[in-house]
Ligand binder design. Structure first.
Ligand code: ADP
Ligand code: MG
Length: 542
């Protein structure tokens, strides 16, 4: 301990600490959930790293230990996990990695008080919740594979120190110097209740020290291995909330056992609310892969990116426990599981799409993500097309392509779409005039992904999908309303004059039967990007 280095927190951390400590004060018991979850993650990570041979494995029979000491007024959470190097600590405990303070602050302000505790998990700021109950926190850690130990120490007010320390084995000790008004968290009974409530599903053993003995504190049952008939709706919900730091009810719960080309059990959830990370964050599916109950990795991409909102667990018998990273990349078992799980989720969505009102809730949260699949997944494009829902110029609420086709006018050959930034603005667009006058329905597309997928899908039930802004949509074959019938004026003199005046700004000026009240409208070339796409490309600086 000849040198103690002092470091300032990143500016964001200071504000965030304040926020966490004050906003969540009434739920401060969740600090233990966060510390225990971090410890269990660290154990899982070490176990997985050990499989690839890089680091020594987790000792048999070891646990995450929670050790209250009333005399010293400390609470220690100890784990035999992957540990942290000096640089890891500066990075993980001194900055905000995953998301900005502003997004977090906004979400906190928007959330109902009861929902706030889950937010700190969603935003990856769980560690800082320790300062709700501690006046000082010391983290002593040795990274697996290294023989250096460091202690990080802070009072949560602007700075922290790093100093050399000793630790016999890899792992981490988090020592909380408990505040005078938080001594309840030194009572084993209180600690046990918290673990039962928040951490019972963690499969790494957790113990609480009482009278010098370590007593098991969690059941650690793998819920998905129990028969469905023995699982109550509450248990499913509780597990779902634990899994993804959620606070809503799942919109769908899928629990099944598959036998055949590949054997696995899956317990998957579709959230009832849109989590922050799904749209803004990474695209990879985080569904957890277990082998015979044991957690292996959440990076196996068990579902395609366009189903990344699905959360849950897949547990298989068909991989060895000592599966390595390389094996995970090469094995056909995962490809089979991926296929089976994807198809199952799709068929469940198809069934639930029949209940329009319920399905709308799902669609409003995750529709734009599903559309990515039309764009990038040739294999599932057709199935996905049936799941799409749209705003339309002709009907209230949401409508499907199949319903659109059933309403098509006699002589209408194409499905017409108009895309832009908002459905409300689109509904007023002059581009719709000629279509309205003839009673031809147009689907209004307002998600940013809408500029991309229609061209890929191309058609639905053999009807081509066409943008109304593209070329000379041929409305003349469609029996029209009275408004569309008027005598067309002779424009043969006017058109060249207009072209002369506009010069290079347009490639062509021509007469159209698409307008009723407006004099002119912009159109895109027949075979190029449509107008909305052109605007997006312009914004992107192309
Ligand atoms: P999150 O767990 O969501 O990433 P936290 O604030 O809870 O956010 O933890 C921040 C990071 O600190 C973790 O991602 C992990 O890298 C590191 N960390 C925290 N506790 C431990 C631990 N006991 N062992 C190893 N690393 C840890
Ligand atoms: Mg955490």
């Amino acid at each position: 301990s000849e040198t103690v280095e002092r470091h300032e927190f990143g500016a964001e951390v200071g504000r965030l600490l304040d926020l966490v400590v004050h906003a969540l004060y009434s739920d401060r018991e969740i600090f233990l959930r966060e510390l225990v979850a971090n410890a269990a993650d660290a154990v899982d990570r070490r176990r997985f790293e050990a499989l690839t041979g890089g680091v020594p494995g987790v000792p048999e029979g070891s646990a995450v230990r929670v050790v209250p000491d009333k005399a010293a007024r400390t609470l220690t959470v100890t784990d035999p996990g992957i540990g942290m190097s000096k640089a890891d600590m500066a990075e993980n405990l001194g900055t905000i990695a995953r998301s900005g303070t502003r997004a977090f602050t906004q979400s906190l302000a928007d959330a109902k008080p009861g929902d706030r505790p889950s937010l700190i998990g969603q935003f990856g700021v769980g560690f800082y919740s320790a300062f709700m109950v501690a006046e000082r926190v010391e983290v002593t850690s040795r990274k697996a594979g290294s023989d250096e130990t460091w202690t990080w120490s802070s009072e949560g007010r602007g700075d922290y120190t790093l100093a050399r320390a000793e630790r016999a084995e890899p792992g981490t000790d988090i020592v909380l110097h408990v505040k005078a008004d938080a001594e309840e968290f030194l009572e084993p009974i209180r600690l046990r209740t918290i673990i039962r409530k928040w951490a019972d599903h963690i499969t790494v053993p957790i113990t609480i020290a009482e009278d010098g003995k370590d007593e098991p504190a969690n059941e650690g049952t793998a819920l998905w291995r129990k028969p469905k008939s023995e699982i109550s709706a509450e248990s499913y919900t509780e597990f779902y909330r634990h899994l993804g730091h959620n606070f809503d009810e799942p919109w769908a719960t899928l629990h099944w056992h598959a036998e055949g080309t590949v054997e696995f059990t899956a317990l998957l959830f579709i959230p009832g609310m849109k989590p922050f990370q799904v749209v803004e964050g990474e695209r990879e599916s985080r569904v957890r892969l277990h082998v015979r109950r044991m957690f292996i990795t959440d990076e196996a991409a068990l579902l395609p990116p366009w189903l990344r909102f699905v959360q849950g667990v897949v547990d298989t018998e068909d991989l060895p426990l000592n599966v390595s990273r390389e094996m995970l990349q090469a094995t056909p078992v995962l490809a089979r599981i991926r296929k089976a799980v994807t198809n199952r989720v799709l068929s469940d969505l198809k069934t639930r799409a029949k209940e329009a009102e319920e399905y709308a809730k799902f669609w409003e949260n995750f529709g734009p993500v599903l559309k990515e699949g039309i764009y990038e997944d040739t294999e599932h494009r057709k199935d996905l097309a049936g799941l799409l829902r749209f705003r339309s110029s002709a009907v209230e609420g949401w409508t499907s392509l199949a319903d659109y086709v059933s309403r098509m006018k006699e002589g209408q050959e194409a499905i017409y779409v108009l895309s832009g930034d908002s459905a409300e603005a689109l509904a007023k667009s002059p581009q719709l005039e000629g279509f309205r006058a003839r009673g031809v329905e147009v689907l209004l597309l307002s998600d940013s992904i809408d500029a991309f997928w229609p061209e890929r899908l191309g058609s639905f039930e053999e009807k081509p999908i066409r943008s109304v802004t593209q070329g000379s949509a041929d409305l003349s074959k469609i029996a029209g309303g009275d408004a569309a019938q008027g005598e067309a004026a002779d424009l043969s003199k006017l058109l060249p004059l207009l072209k002369d005046a506009l010069k290079e700004d347009v490639s062509e000026v021509r007469a159209t039967d698409r307008l009723v009240d407006s004099a002119v409208v912009l159109a895109a070339p027949e075979f190029g990007p449509d107008l909305h796409m052109q605007r997006l490309l312009q914004r992107a600086g192309r």
